[in-house]
Design a protein around this ligand. Structure first.
Ligand code: TGC
Ligand code: FAD
Length: 394
C-alpha cells in the first residue's frame, strides 16, 4: 500500500494530472518568469489595447529580454530552451492575449526558423542575433487573396533576371506586415516554390494595414504587395526548395498555437470560476448550481487533456520524433477546446461578459482567428484524415 497523498486539483490553476511533476525545474522556472511578466506588464494594458486597436509594441523589447525570440535555438545569442519550456512560454503569452503569442509565433516559427533552417550563413549572421534582441522584426507572407488553404496554387511569381529575382503578386492577412523590417516571402518560380527575404523599403514592395477587425485587435495584420520587386539572388533562402519548406515553418507555428490556446482557455476558466464563486442568484452563489459545476468540470476536462497532449508533443519534438500530423491534431483539439471554453465562459458571465473589463470575450474573439489561421480546423481534420487513410481528400 502506498502512503503517498493523491494529487489534488488546485481549482484556480487547473493542473489536475500534475503536469507540474512532468516538468523540469528549469521549465517551471521559465514558465513562472513569463507568467509574472504577463501578470505585471501585459494584463494591465491589454484590454485597452484591444479596444483601441493597438498592438503594444512597447512590450516587445521586454519579451526579447525574457529570451522569447529564437527561444529554442542554441546559437546566435538565443536561449536554447526545450520545446516544452517554449510551449509553456506560449501558453503564458496567450493567457495575456493571442496577439502577444502571435507576435512571438511569427518571429520564432515563421521567420527565425526558416532563416536558421534554410538561410545562408550570411543571412543567419545578419538577422538571427538582431531578431533575438528584437532589433529586427519579421513577417511571413504565404496566404494570398484567392485563398490561403491551398498555398500550392499561389499566384505570386518570382522570375530570374540575370543574378536577380523579380517578384510580382500580393499576400494578405499577414501578421506584423507593416511593422516588419523583413518579410519571408514565398513565390512560385520555374523550379517550384522558393522563399525570399524582402527588406522593408525595397522598391516595388509596399504594405498596408488591414483595419476594422473584430478579432486580434491587439495585433497588426497587413497586406503585402510586390510590383516587379527586384531582389538579388543572395535574398533567396538557398535551402528552401518546394512547398515543403513553408509548410515546415507552419509546423513550428502550429506547435506554439497548440500550447498557446491553453493559456487563453485558462484565463477564461479562471475568470468565470471567480465570478461563479461570488455571484449570488436564487439565494446562493452560482457554484452551488449543478449546471455551473458541469460546465466548470467540462472546462477542466478539456484543459487537462490538452495539457497532456502538448506535453507529450513537446517531448516528441525534443526527441526529434514529432510528425506534423500530430501537430495538426493538437492544434485542432486545443484551439477547439479554448474556443468552446471562451464561448461558455462568456455566457456564464452574463451581461458583464460582453464588457472589455472581462477577458473571456476578448479571448473568444481572438480565437476566431486562431481557429482559422495556421490551417483552418477543416484543414487539420483533412490532414489527419489523410494520415489515417492514406488518401488526400482536400
Ligand atoms: P503536400 O503534398 O501535403 O506537401 C508538400 C510537401 O510538404 C510536406 N509537408 C510538410 N512538411 C512539414 N510540415 C508540414 N506541416 C507539412 N505538410 C506537408 C509533404 O510531406 C510534402 O513533402 P514532399 O517531400 O513529399 O514533397 O501539399 P499539399 O499541396 O497537398 O497541401 C496540403 C495542405 C492542405 C495540408 C497544406 O497546403 C496546408 O497546410 N494548408 C494550410 C495553409 C496554412 O496553414 N496556412 C497558414 C499561413 S501562415 C499563418 O496563418 C500565420 S498566422 C501566424 C500568427 O499570427 O500566429
Ligand atoms: P480559405 O482557404 O478560402 O477557406 C475558406 C473555407 O473553406 C474555410 O472554412 C476552410 O476550412 C474551407 N476549406 C478549405 N479547403 C477545404 C476543403 N478541401 N474541403 C472543405 N472545406 C475547405 N497568413 C500568412 O501567410 N501569414 C500570416 O502571418 C498570417 N497571419 C494571419 C493573421 C490573422 C489575424 C488571420 C485571420 C489570418 C492570417 N493568415 C496569415 C492567413 C491564414 O493562414 C488564412 O486565413 C488561412 O490559412 C485560411 O485561408 P483563407 O482565409 O483564405 O480561407
Amino acid at each position: 500500500m502506498s502512503t503517498k497523498e493523491p494529487v489534488r486539483c488546485n481549482a484556480e490553476m487547473p493542473d489536475y494530472f500534475d503536469l507540474d511533476g512532468l516538468l523540469t525545474e528549469d521549465e517551471r522556472q521559465v514558465r513562472d518568469t513569463v507568467a509574472r511578466w504577463v501578470d505585471e506588464r501585459a494584463l494591465p494594458i491589454i484590454g485597452p489595447c484591444f479596444e483601441a486597436y493597438r498592438f503594444p509594441l512597447e512590450l516587445v523589447p521586454e519579451m526579447a529580454e525574457l529570451g522569447i525570440f529564437g527561444a529554442t535555438l542554441h546559437d546566435y545569442g538565443c536561449a536554447g530552451l526545450t520545446n516544452v519550456a517554449y510551449g509553456l512560454v506560449m501558453q503564458e503569452l496567450e493567457r495575456g492575449d493571442s496577439g502577444l503569442r502571435s507576435f512571438a509565433s511569427v518571429q520564432n516559427g515563421l521567420v527565425m526558423y526558416p532563416i536558421h533552417e534554410y538561410g545562408s550563413d550570411e543571412q543567419k549572421r545578419r538577422w538571427l542575433p538582431a531578431m533575438a534582441k528584437a532589433q529586427a522584426v519579421g513577417c511571413f507572407g504565404l496566404t494570398e487573396p484567392d485563398g490561403g488553404s491551398d498555398p500550392g496554387t499561389m499566384k505570386t511569381r518570382a522570375r530570374r533576371v540575370g543574378n536577380d529575382w523579380v517578384i510580382s503578386g500580393a499576400k494578405i492577412w499577414i501578421t506584423n506586415g507593416t511593422l516588419a523590417d523583413v518579410a519571408v516571402v514565398w513565390a512560385m518560380t520555374d523550379e517550384g516554390v522558393r522563399g525570399f527575404l524582402v527588406e522593408k523599403g525595397t522598391p516595388g514592395f509596399t504594405t498596408r494595414e488591414i483595419e476594422h477587425k473584430f478579432s486580434l485587435r491587439a495585433s497588426i495584420t497587413s497586406e503585402l504587395f510586390f510590383d516587379e520587386c527586384r531582389v538579388p539572388d543572395s535574398a533567396r533562402l538557398p535551402g528552401a526548395k518546394g512547398l515543403g519548406a513553408p509548410l515546415s515553418c507552419l509546423t513550428q507555428a502550429r506547435y506554439s498555437i497548440a500550447w498557446g490556446a491553453l493559456g487563453a482557455a485558462q484565463a477564461c476558466y479562471r475568470e468565470v470560476l471567480a465570478f461563479a464563486r461570488q455571484r449570488v442568484l436564487f439565494g446562493e452563489t452560482l457554484i452551488h448550481k449543478q449546471i455551473i459545476q458541469q460546465r466548470l468540470a467540462d472546462m477542466v476536462r478539456q484543459i487537462t487533456t490538452g495539457q497532456l497532449l502538448v506535453w507529450q508533443l513537446g517531448r516528441l519534438k525534443d526527441q526529434g520524433r514529432m510528425h506534423h500530423s500530430q501537430v495538426s491534431l493538437a492544434k485542432w483539439n486545443n484551439v477547439r477546446a479554448a474556443l468552446d471554453i471562451a464561448r461558455v465562459a462568456r455566457d456564464m458571465l452574463g451581461a458583464n461578459g460582453i464588457s472589455v473589463e472581462c477577458c473571456s470575450i476578448r479571448h473568444m474573439l481572438n480565437l476566431e482567428s486562431v481557429v482559422t489561421y495556421e490551417g483552418t480546423e477543416t484543414i487539420h481534420q483533412l490532414i489527419l484524415g489523410r494520415e489515417i487513410t492514406g488518401v488526400g481528400a482536400f
